[in-house]
Ligand binder design. Structure first.
Ligand code: OTU
Length: 637
């Protein structure tokens, strides 16, 4: 697939020439050629989208030129080692795909205490086989509740309890030596009410008041509320919060202390772009664009996934291409599958949006399959997942710090002709231990009404029942869920503690947090006792650790082609899911509680194929039987 023709982009050539001058001003002759090439490659797209978004604003040209001047300054400030990385990755833009990197996601404090503590655990990650570390928000957060750091009070400082900027740089360097890319959250939809922009707005500064969506009375908010969904309907109902100092209602999609930024005001875009690039210059290699779907609002719409969101992301991508081309952008868009692909760039933003996106629908469908004991929805999801645009990939995962957001499946369930609340409500209730035969001990999130489905909380081990029973079935369910993520993802993501089968959080000192926000159930501290047990095959931790290591090893086998498209195969059995990835790699998963026959020849993975990984005894497999919740990875040598 080719990039959209630069000539087809609309912008004023005279303005482009002046922007080029601003960008290249004061660049030494040495760097000039390289930066000029990057400008010529990416700036037409930047100007195209920015003109579209902001071209009608007064002073647009002056703003744009000053933006380009600052981008030039940030490009010049980029440290030489990172410039080298940029060049390498420009030569090989698919590096993150064919290097078969496995991700790991953790809170800084819960994993290592602080940034230096994380640095001390780099060996652990290296030995595990991780090539990508996503640290949840570590920038300075507001005091008191901060939504786990997602209420950012400063983009320029580290949360004091976690360290400082120099610790961050050292950690990034240490990670890079181990070939682990550091991924950081860029919370770009909102800032904390303590952020200097919010404080200035409260002091009446007109410029900063424009950073937010403010309404003097309820008339307009009421109209928005008719079409905008609620993320935390119980703990933070509504999307607007009245603030006395502002004498206005302020848009707060999430918690009342998280103020949505107004991207219709150009300086917001510039401020966020600079924040991103400054962190990139400290060594952050990947940005998780938190809550990306919410960046643009329009009356009468759900105010998610609007076209302008994609224009903003495409403009950010162009900026990254100009200043820090080694950096990857990852969309956190927990949306219906049909709305998801555009985040990887399709149509007018083809090849120029995010490099990676979470496949949240697949994650939720895999839990549905486990809850239902059948794979129909999962297969439907996989079959309807469009082919990835070139140079992009899916992040696949089993659990994360958030709940399993069931709503992402609504349109798929309805397309299957089923009632969403009934079908998904049943699967969720099963995983939450509320159905006969349940093995899971998850907890419903944001819905006390037993008939409503919103989200489910819990660590993977707890949801598969590996918390209460050290049994082979539970372990197979655990491996099955991770097996799916590892078999179908471009970059599969491990969630901290899962490699040791840590159950949901039951720490007494977290009780307050959990009462406030149930998602803390899946945010335990790293269990050091389990960490010690990881090589002991007689412990649950040791078994889980071995299972994860085996998955990483199997992905590294030559038969596993990360560039190949995943296709499902027909098993004529709803309990099973079979996938093929390229010519040499096939996996069959049994999501049911009963053994199922498998016809390897019928799946064209019989003669001449060997087993790469299995979670059942040879005897059963040789007899053509896949035990309950087992999987077999086959390869053609
Ligand atoms: C993201 O969440 C983060 O992952 C959450 O931890 C934050 O609370 C939230 O943003 C606000 O910063 O925005 O696009 O439970 O999955 O809110 C989806 C719902 C998000 C989360 C959802 C998600």
């Amino acid at each position: 697939m080719s990039k959209p023709d630069v000539a087809a982009l609309s912008m004023d050539p005279a303005l482009l020439a002046r922007a080029r001058q601003s960008f290249l001003a004061e660049v030494g002759t040495e760097a000039q050629a390289e930066l000029a090439t990057r400008f010529d490659r990416h700036a037409p797209r930047l100007l195209h989208w920015l003109s579209k978004l902001y071209g009608r604003q007064p002073m647009f040209e002056r703003w744009l030129l000053s933006l380009c001047t600052t981008l030039g300054t940030l490009a010049r400030a980029r440290p030489p080692v990172l410039c080298e990385l940029d060049r390498e990755r420009e030569r090989d833009p698919d590096w993150f795909i064919h290097e078969k990197r496995v991700g790991y996601c953790a809170y800084v404090d819960r994993f290592g205490g602080d940034l230096n503590g994380v640095a001390e655990r780099v060996d652990y990650l290296e030995n595990l086989g991780v090539g990508y570390l996503h640290l949840l928000p570590f920038l300075q957060a507001r005091t008191g509740d901060s939504d786990g750091g997602f209420a950012v009070a400063s983009f320029e400082a580290i949360e004091p309890a976690l360290g400082n900027m120099s610790d961050l740089e050292q950690l990034a360097t240490r990670l890079r030596k181990a070939r682990i890319s550091l991924c950081a959250d860029l919370v770009l939809n909102h800032v904390a009410d303590e952020h200097p922009w919010a404080v200035a707005a409260m002091q009446g500064d007109q410029h900063y008041r424009s950073y937010f969506h403010l309404f003097s009375d309820r008339r307009v908010p009421n109209r928005y509320e008719q079409t905008v969904a609620q993320i935390f309907p119980q703990t933070a109902p509504g999307n607007f919060t009245y603030n006395d100092a502002l004498r206005s209602w302020v848009w707060t999609t999430f918690y009342p202390y998280q103020w949505d930024l107004n991207y219709a005001y150009p300086p917001v875009f510039a401020s966020i772009a600079f924040a991103l690039l400054k962190l990139a210059n400290r060594g952050v290699e990947i940005f998780r664009l938190d809550s990306a779907p919410f960046l643009w609002k329009r009356l009468g719409t759900p105010c998610t996934n609007l076209p302008e969101v994609h224009h903003i992301l495409s403009a950010l991508r162009a900026i990254v291409g100009m200043v820090a081309p080694g950096v990857l952008l990852k969309a956190e868009a927990i949306v219906a599958s049909t709305d998801l692909l555009p985040y990887l760039g399709v149509g007018e933003t083809l090849g120029s949006e995010c490099h990676l996106a979470y496949h949240s629908g697949l994650m939720a469908a895999s839990w549905t399959a486990l809850g239902e004991g059948r794979t129909t929805l999962l297969r439907q999801l996989l079959d309807s997942t469009p082919t990835l645009p070139a140079h992009t990939g899916w992040m696949t995962y089993v659990r994360c710090h958030d709940d399993i957001v069931w709503g992402v499946l609504r349109s798929d369930v309805e397309a299957a002709g089923d009632d969403f609340t009934q079908r998904i409500g049943n699967a969720a209730a099963f995983l939450e231990g509320r159905r006969p035969g349940s093995f899971g001990h998850g907890v419903a999130f944001q819905s006390t009404d037993g008939n409503a489905v919103h989200g489910t909380n819990g660590m993977a081990a707890t949801l598969v029942g590996l918390d209460s029973a050290d049994n082979a079935d539970a372990l197979r369910r655990f491996a099955l869920m991770y097996g799916l993520a590892f078999a179908v993802g471009t970059v599969p993501l491990l969630y901290m503690g899962d490699e040791l089968a840590q159950p949901s959080n039951d720490a007494h000192d977290d009780a307050g947090l959990m009462a406030l926000d149930g998602r803390w159930a899946q945010r335990p501290r790293l269990d050091l006792a389990r960490l010690q047990q990881r090589f002991d095959g007689n412990t649950i931790a040791g078994k889980a650790y071995a299972a994860i290591k085996a998955l990483i090893a199997a992905r590294n086998d030559a038969s596993f082609d990360p560039c190949a498209t995943v296709e499902t195969l027909d098993c004529h059995n709803e309990a099973l899911l079979a996938i093929r990835r390229g010519e040499r790699f096939t996996v069959v998963f049994n999501f049911s509680d009963k053994p199922q026959p498998v016809d390897w020849t019928g799946l064209h993975a019989g003669d001449g194929w060997t087993t790469l990984l299995q979670t059942a005894d040879d005897a059963a497999i040789d007899a053509g039987i896949l035990p309950a919740w087992a999987m077999v990875w086959r390869k053609k040598p």
